[in-house]
Write a protein that binds this ligand. Structure first.
Ligand SMILES: Nc1ncnc2c1ncn2[C@@H]1O[C@H](COP(=O)(O)OP(=O)(O)OP(=O)(O)O)[C@@H](O)[C@H]1O
Ligand SMILES: [Mg+2]
Length: 403
């Protein structure tokens, strides 16, 4: 599939890449290139290694999570030589976060090497304004919003939408780092100063009075075949995912509607791989699309122990155009609780043994070297006969784990 785009002169690199490519072809075990080096990449690689795949990362820092898990090429997103070394020998390239600049990568991507999610999907999804506009254009239900390019435009939009509003940086925002809720004019100005892009753009949304937040993971192949995971309830604190309960305790009709909407959303953006679809449930049971993420997602971590096939394995199967695995739960209930940092400094395993002594608690540590308040350092998952029981045990375990 891949032809070698590395220029002559990189002799040693060439030979290495050629041998990797040769062995991956002859044995039939593909090499999957992953853009990014965070915890999602780490868990993706662990799922890939189990299937005998070769996994290679491209990352722009040495933050730790993918260290020692698989080979990696380091460079910046505009470093054509480094990106060429990375793609040489890859059978497919995918990503683990949606904020990378793909312009140089697509220029060096050899013909026949797929990039999933596609460039087109990333154009629609990689900017929160473009994402909302696409959803609206395709008739997916979204809450009232405005795209603004100045403080004056934001003030006008907030007046039209009615306070409070939620202001979002269009790019590079995740885990709530790019969001703020404004209740008055002063908060609106402060949010604009903090969140506006270089060109002055922000997205502003009416505050949605949801009763619950739901998430559905969908895995989708290039031909459009898909599987949907059970509907999850997600609990956010400070705009950041704190816990995930599965199955969501909702009416069957709402669950059906959520699943159908998630599959429509995955198709609307042409997603290939897994996609996390975040929804708001309104008091009358109506659903609104909050946002989608075309990659493994924090709200799908429970699938590692909780489902027959994890979101990470199904992401790999989907981007390789291989048959998708069963997304059903293996026990009646699964709950995941994130383990966030509470201090600044080097990460520590001091509390890990005590948590490992708790029965039936699956502990995941992301390998980040430094802890910061609010930083996602790991998570725990507990399976049980009821969501209540699993939640209580998972919360207790996470509270004891100080990484
Ligand atoms: N319009 C809104 N009305 C009410 N709450 C909102 C709204 N938009 C976002 N939120 C709250 O903030 C959370 C994070 O928002 P959003 O998903 O847009 O940001 P994010 O930084 O991409 O988050 P993440 O990376 O955790 O998915 C939502 O899950 C929800 O709890
Ligand atoms: Mg979100």
């Amino acid at each position: 599939m891949a032809h070698d785009p590395v220029s002559a002169g990189d002799g040693a690199e060439d030979a290495l890449a050629a041998s990797r490519r040769e062995s991956s072809r002859t044995e039939g075990f593909p090499t999957v290139g992953v853009l990014g080096g965070g915890q999602l990449g780490r868990m993706l690689a662990l799922a890939g290694l189990r299937l005998g795949l070769r996994v290679r990362f491209f990352r722009d820092d040495d933050s730790g999570p993918t260290e020692g898990v698989a080979e990696s090429v380091e460079g910046t997103w505009d470093d054509a030589d480094a990106l060429r070394r990375f793609v040489s020998g890859c059978d497919v390239v995918t990503l683990e976060n949606e904020w990378q600049d793909l312009r140089t990568l697509v220029q060096v991507l050899p013909p026949g090497v797929a990039l999933w999610p596609s460039r087109q999907t990333m154009r629609w999804v990689g900017d929160k304004i473009a994402q909302k506009q696409r959803a609206e254009a395709l008739g997916l239900p979204v809450g009232p919003y405005r795209a603004c390019d100045s403080l004056a435009a934001l003030e006008q939009a907030a007046a039209a939408l009615g306070l409070p509003v939620v202001i979002k940086r269009p790019r590079q925002s995740y885990d709530g780092y790019g969001n703020a809720t404004a209740h008055d004019a002063a908060e609106l100005r402060a949010a604009y100063a903090k969140l506006a892009e270089g060109d002055g753009r922000v997205l502003v949304e009416a505050f949605v009075p949801f009763v619950r937040e739901l998430a559905v993971m969908v895995a989708r192949r290039p031909g459009g075949q898909d599987v949907a995971y059970p509907v999850a309830t997600t609990i956010q604190r400070e705009h950041r995912c704190a816990a995930v309960e599965v199955p969501a305790r909702i009416l069957p009709a709402v669950a059906e509607q959520a699943t159908a909407l998630a599959r429509r959303a995955a198709a609307a953006y042409g997603c290939v791989g897994v996609v996390g679809v975040e929804l708001f449930e309104l008091p009358d049971g109506q659903l609104l699309l909050n946002e989608i993420a075309p990659r493994p997602h924090n709200t799908g971590h429970y699938t590692i122990e909780g489902c027959v096939t994890s979101q990470f394995e199904n992401h790999l199967r989907a981007v390789l155009d291989w048959p998708l695995g069963d997304p059903s739960l293996v026990r009646p209930a699964a709950v995941m609780v994130n383990v966030l940092g509470h201090r600044e400094g080097p990460a520590s395993a001091a509390t890990l043994p005590a948590v490992l002594a708790l029965p039936g608690v699956a502990v995941h540590v992301y390998g980040k070297r430094r802890v910061r308040p609010g930083r996602k350092m790991g998570h725990v998952t507990v399976l049980d006969d009821s969501v209540e029981a699993a939640r209580a045990r998972a919360e207790a375990a996470a509270a004891q784990l100080e990484l």
